[in-house]
Design a protein around this ligand. Structure first.
Ligand SMILES: Cc1ncc(COP(=O)(O)O)c(C=O)c1O
Length: 367
């Protein structure tokens, strides 16, 4: 039976498989921690990228203080694996989900969640009041700092919501989140400028709320493209980047090679119908394309496009350089989060040898 094991070489792996270049990943983690250390800000990495408690633990060992997750189901996986200081960065709504959240928070009191409406806050408060053993849930107000996704408007609307949350007996308002996701992939100058504007909004609103006597312990923000800009603002207490661990083509194109591409999808050439085309076994079910196409590592003459769910097409400008049937290629994902979510297992590689095999325990955890 197919069962690659630690100590095998990469050749023992079937394809498509996810490879982590361990030295590159370790360097990315060390670099981010080192670059942010001078700012004195905490780092609460977003686990929506890595979706693995093993990697969460590595981030904590490297100096992270708590972690973020996007969904309750991700939080469940992490908490059960011992990663329990968690901020759920999306609003939780609906009876079923709220019950799931409260179950989790009953067992893991450092689970926190964002709230951006009075209705949302009241729903959480009422559900807690109906518990046999009511808890006090830690919540952060989510502010819209320009992404126009979720989040209450800065200024008086945010203050009003903060006052409402503070008046609810079962909720404990511990902070504010303002995530500028729309800026992460902008060119440097524009990213710097707009991020400063967004941070001014976040910091001013935090000040306004604090000025009304409401304590906000946490002011959290930032992704891989903006964390260092955000960290320059005094009122910010922590940043929450995620993609820096592995990087991807979209991020490399935006922020350069400060962090290395540390994850590839290894794939095999299965067909060479014409000289300038090689068909590989990685299509849309192995490489997401919501942020453009993946790139072929170390094959500059080839460009990739999906050829359907299971097929990928490499097009060669010079047909004589094309790979033979059975040859393997490493693909660099265009968007790391949506690609990782397609796989069950990470293979951590050092010097061509499998050193780690980690299940991607939170893959598919979208609830
Ligand atoms: C709320 C929030 N914080 C942080 C991040 C991490 O950003 P990145 O993966 O770009 O570093 C994300 C990513 O989508 C996010 O949604």
């Amino acid at each position: 039976m197919y069962k690659p094991k630690i100590g095998d070489t990469i050749d023992a792996l079937d394809t498509p498989s996810i490879l982590i270049d361990l030295p590159a990943m370790e360097a990315n983690i060390a670099r981010l921690m080192e670059r942010l250390a001078a700012s004195g800000k905490k780092v609460r990495p977003h686990l929506k990228t890595v979706k693995s408690p093993h990697l969460a633990q590595k981030l904590l060992d490297a100096g992270a203080t708590g972690c973020c997750v996007a969904k309750v189901s991700e939080a469940e996986v992490m908490a059960q694996a011992g990663i329990s200081d968690l901020l759920i960065t999306s609003e939780v709504a609906g009876e079923v989900k709220i019950e799931r959240l409260l179950n989790l928070a009953s067992n893991y009191p450092d689970v926190k969640v964002v709230v951006d409406s009075e209705a949302g806050a009241i729903a959480l408060n009422s559900a807690i009041s109906n518990m046999t053993d009511p808890i006090k849930l830690k919540v952060l107000l989510e502010l819209n700092v320009g992404q126009n996704r979720a989040g209450v408007a800065p200024g008086s609307e945010a203050l009003h919501l903060a006052q409402c949350i503070s008046s609810l007996r079962k909720l404990h308002l511990v902070g504010i989140q303002g995530y500028e996701g729309h800026l992460q992939h902008l060119a440097n100058d524009e990213r710097q400028r707009l991020c400063r504007e967004a941070m001014n909004n976040l910091c001013d609103t935090a000040k306004l709320i604090r000025g009304e006597g409401i304590a906000l312990e946490i002011v959290t923000t930032g992704g891989t493209g903006t964390a260092e800009i955000c960290a320059q603002f005094e009122a910010i207490t922590e940043v929450q980047p995620g993609s820096f661990v592995f990087m991807d083509v979209a991020y490399r194109n935006a922020i350069g090679t400060l962090y290395a591409n540390a994850l590839t999808v290894i794939s095999t050439v299965i067909s060479r119908p014409v000289p300038e085309r090689a068909v590989i076994d990685a299509g849309l079910k192995s490489l997401s394309n919501d942020m453009g196409n993946a790139e072929v590592k170390n094959e500059p003459a080839a460009s990739y496009r999906p050829g359907g769910d299971e097929h990928g097409i490499l097009t060669y400008s010079a047909s004589n350089t094309a790979l033979a049937i059975g040859a393997r290629v490493e693909m660099i994902p265009s968007h790391i989060d949506t690609t990782v979510n397609l796989f069950d297992t990470y293979y951590g590689i050092r010097n061509g040898v499998i050193e780690e095999i980690w299940p991607i325990l939170a893959r598919g955890k979208v609830q």
